[in-house]
Ligand binder design. Structure first.
Ligand code: COA
Length: 262
């Protein structure tokens, strides 16, 4: 597969989970990929793995909460691989806690990683984005539109990301830059899922609440990203697209309470 041959893809949080799945998909389709995350060891391991697949890959440790670190990483990506065709803002923070138990610092941590981090990534990338032609994908979640117990900080943060998506689609559309949110539901074997459903015995109940009766896979999310980044989606911008097996149609917003009140 070489649908993205020669394209440059930058992914924040791209060293693990859903985001690494997205990176691997683009890499397998011929793209040059650049990943950032806080942990230098995770960056090194991810880059080694991507190179082992035959991809042109590089990375740098950077905390998306720090504008200067993001700017340096994006500049390095552009220096190595040229202007950015596909920008993925995927770095996210999450933990399960009722609002009265979340300190100011805890709430701030998630807002800063998700909302400020998404702004930092788009802001830093702007001078390096291909104009016209760049595609931005911001990782959202069902929490942006469905209230969930123990997720007040994440609900607020993901809703913020979706409004950044819509606003930047409006502002940058005339430059030929498309901006969309991808909203994965429960995806198997990810850190996010382990944080939200820490008891493996509860996974079956979780799956039963999903209309399509299965957890999503990394490929499910990566396929949507590949479609949105392709020319086939050239008239799609400012949207929030779920890849969740219908989860948001059948929310069970109090199900996490059992992990909080026990
Ligand atoms: N319940 C309540 N508060 C919590 C918490 C929990 N389960 N976990 C962390 N916090 C609070 C901490 O107590 C701290 O607040 P305090 O200083 O008032 O005590 C604050 O959050 C920051 O924690 P810290 O661990 O210092 O922050 P960090 O910057 O290292 O980590 C987090 C950020 C908290 C978002 C962490 O969960 C994280 O790094 N997540 C990234 C990975 C991730 O969440 N992946 C899944 C994405 S879906």
């Amino acid at each position: 597969m070489s649908g993205f041959a020669g394209k440059t893809v930058f992914v924040s949080g791209g060293t693990s989970g859903i985001n690494l799945g997205i990176v691997r998909h683009f890499a397998a389709a011929g793209a040059k990929v650049f990943v950032i995350s806080r942990d230098p060891q995770k960056v090194e391991t991810a880059v080694e793995g991507l190179r082992a697949l035959g991809a042109e890959a590089a990375g740098q440790s950077a905390d998306v909460r720090q504008a200067d670190q993001v700017e340096a990483a994006v500049a390095r990506c552009a220096e190595l691989f040229g202007e950015i065709d596909i920008l993925v803002s995927g770095a996210a923070g999450n933990f399960l806690a009722r609002a009265e138990k979340i300190s100011s610092n805890g709430f701030r941590a998630v807002m800063e990683i998700d909302v400020l981090g998404t702004h930092h990534v788009m802001h830093a990338a702007f001078p390096h984005l291909k104009k016209p032609g760049a595609c931005i994908l911001n990782l959202s979640a069902p929490q942006a539109s469905v209230a969930m117990v123990g997720q007040s900080h994440v609900c607020a943060a993901k809703a913020g990301i979706d409004m950044l998506t819509r606003t930047l689609a409006l502002e940058w559309g005339p430059l030929g830059i498309r901006v969309n949110s991808v909203s994965p539901g429960p995806i198997a074997d990810t850190e996010g899922q382990r944080r939200l459903v820490p008891d493996p015995a509860a996974v079956e109940e979780r799956v039963n609440a999903i209309p399509l009766k299965r957890m999503g896979t990394l490929e499910d999310v990566a396929e949507l990203c590949a479609f949105l980044a392709s020319d086939r989606a050239s008239y799609i911008t400012g949207t929030i697209i779920p890849v969740d097996g219908g989860t948001t149609l059948n929310p069970t917003p109090t199900r996490m309470a059992k992990f909080l009140d026990g």
